[in-house]
Ligand binder design. Structure first.
Ligand code: HEC
Ligand code: HEC
Ligand code: HEC
Ligand code: HEC
Length: 107
């Protein structure tokens, strides 16, 4: 009985630790995206503060890989340029973020 309890406590502890580790994976603070127009430096950490729902951008969930594993890779997903422009600019229009080409694309 005592052994079972010890095992139960150990298993609970391990799974709780794993859950905390997953919850804390916020990804990189900054993402550099290559573009011929000039590279885009995306402040991921700042956007996580501004946009509380991760799914606003991570619309397929957190375990489905990077955006570009589908966008520019799978035919059913719109091209990255189109998808990113739509996502980034539509929010920026609403919430007065940058909408000019050169505010995002820096050579
Ligand atoms: C809110 C930020 C933002 C603004 C404003 C913006 N872009 Fe982009 N653009 C991006 C992002 C992010 C990508 C995706 C980069 C990638 O594919 O990795 C992109 C991709 C592109 C691409 C395709 C990538 C390439 O190498 O050719 C082109 C062309 C482009 N943008 C042109 C423009 C032009 C022209 C404007 C202004 C009318 C503009 N962008 C405004 C963020 C922006
Ligand atoms: C405004 C859009 C946006 C928001 C909001 C956002 N992210 Fe991201 N996130 C991105 C982009 C763009 C990348 C770049 C990597 C990619 O291409 O998938 C990224 C990358 C990541 C990565 C690395 C993924 C990988 O496989 O390389 C993790 C982890 C992540 N984000 C977690 C989060 C979490 C957790 C939240 C919410 C607290 C969040 N993100 C909110 C846009 C966003
Ligand atoms: C597992 C594949 C997959 C991943 C990963 C993925 N997407 Fe998508 N995305 C799609 C597909 C398929 C569509 C088109 C159907 C739909 O709207 O669900 C789409 C649609 C979109 C749209 C709407 C485009 C439009 O023209 O209406 C945006 C914006 C978008 N994705 C942004 C992102 C961003 C940003 C990331 C990374 C944080 C990402 N996606 C990750 C598959 C994916
Ligand atoms: C749901 C809302 C939302 C989405 C989606 C979003 N942004 Fe923003 N972003 C903002 C707001 C709000 C600001 C302005 C913050 C300020 O001026 O205080 C901003 C500011 C910025 C800036 C100026 C520098 C900075 O971080 O303050 C850049 C560059 C930028 N965003 C790039 C992007 C790119 C690239 C994407 C798409 C991958 C994106 N944003 C998606 C809300 C958003």
């Amino acid at each position: 009985m005592k052994k079972m309890l010890t095992l139960f406590v150990a298993v609970t502890f391990v799974s709780l630790t794993a859950m905390v580790a997953i919850a804390e994976n916020k990804g990189p603070a900054e993402v550099k995206m290559k573009a011929s127009m000039g590279d885009v430096t995306f402040d991921h950490a700042a956007h996580q503060e501004r946009v509380t729902d991760c799914a606003t951008c991570h619309h397929t969930g957190m375990d489905s890989g990077t955006c570009k594993s589908c966008h520019d890779a799978k035919p059913e997903a719109p091209k990255a340029k189109k998808a990113f422009h739509k996502l980034c600019k539509s929010c920026h229009k609403k919430e007065s973020g940058p909408t000019k080409c050169k505010a995002c694309h820096v050579k």
